[in-house]
Design a protein around this ligand. Structure first.
Ligand SMILES: Nc1ncnc2c1ncn2[C@@H]1O[C@H](COP(=O)(O)OP(=O)(O)OP(=O)(O)O)[C@@H](O)[C@H]1O
Length: 288
């Protein structure tokens, strides 16, 4: 990564782009419990970073620190050079899945509209046509136009999740934070959503932080992996991090990383992560 390198103003033709996200020597703690510290991560515009690790390792909390919901107790975080704050129009967020109940009085189109309005109501929306177009565009990006007028409570989990992706993208954010956005999607829908997010970062330079238990559905898109385990972490390319040696070190126990047909399987004595773990972790999956 070029971020952080020193640019000589006399010779440099191109400026090193400012990182979209800059985390420097950061510590996140709850009371006496330190989730991580001395954490450094610069994410370039358009970079796709996967956040992996077992339950409770602090993946969601990392996103919440970037959303301005948790404050780091040491070090600093900036997004486009500015400390995180709630409701920032620079950040799109796909939260961990919550189903909408049958009594939710919103249609899919309304949900996505909230994503458009979220960043604009402060100065008023002058052009209703623009708003409708932004909603239509976001719905089309996730192929959800045909169910956009149904109450969201009647939609399947996968259909609802596609709307959430559309809602997060509707505000045209420079940083997209995703908390397990592929959960309860079938493989075809997973691949469609992952490709959509990949296209988004390529075409718009959106930096993507993607929390997941399964790296395989996004492996082809991932530039770097942040792997968190119990306060320890490793950051690098998938080839650097997803090795038996590195994960055994992180877990403090023998972990085998096996590549089969372009997929990564991680199998450990006490910790089983990746594809296998997700079948244990999520109640809606069948353990075979
Ligand atoms: N506001 C809070 N106050 C105190 N502890 C918290 C708070 N938020 C999270 N924690 C704790 O921090 C730890 C990390 O939580 P987090 O949700 O970030 O983990 P995660 O890696 O995303 O886990 P999962 O894979 O289960 O979603 C957990 O033990 C959790 O109980």
């Amino acid at each position: 990564m070029s971020s952080g390198s020193v640019v000589d103003p006399d010779t440099a033709q191109e400026q090193t782009p400012l990182p979209a996200i800059a985390i420097s020597d950061a510590r996140l703690s709850f009371g006496a419990r330190v989730l991580w510290e001395h954490f450094d991560l610069d994410v370039s515009p358009g970079e796709f970073v996967a956040i992996l690790g077992p339950n409770g390792s602090g993946k969601s909390s990392l996103l919440k620190a970037l959303l301005g919901e948790h404050r780091v107790s040491a070090g600093s975080i900036t997004i486009d050079g500015i400390p995180p704050r709630r409701g920032s129009d620079r950040v799109g967020y796909i939260p961990q899945q919550q189903m909408h109940g049958l009594d939710t009085p919103l249609r899919g189109r309304d949900l996505v509209g909230l994503g458009v309005d979220g960043h604009r109501w402060g100065w008023g929306l002058r052009d209703r046509g623009l708003r409708s177009a932004a909603v239509r565009d976001a719905l089309a990006q996730v192929d959800a136009e045909h169910y956009a007028d149904q109450p969201v409570g009647l939609l399947s989990g996968g259909e609802q999740q596609r709307l959430r992706v559309a809602q997060a993208l509707a505000g045209d954010p420079g940083v997209l934070l995703c908390d397990e956005p592929l959960l309860s999607l079938d493989p075809a829908a997973q691949s469609r959503i992952a490709s959509l997010i990949d296209r988004r970062r390529r075409e718009h330079g959106t930096a993507v932080l993607f929390v997941t238990h399964e790296i395989n559905p996004i492996l082809q898109f991932v530039d770097r992996v942040v792997y968190l385990v119990d306060g320890r972490f490793r950051i690098g390319t998938p080839d650097e991090v997803m090795t038996s040696e590195t994960l055994s070190e992180l877990y403090g126990t023998g972990v085998d990383v096996v590549r089969v047909h372009g997929r990564i399987l991680v199998v450990g004595a006490d910790a089983v992560v990746g594809d296998v773990a997700s079948t244990h972790h999520h109640h809606d999956r069948v353990v075979r």
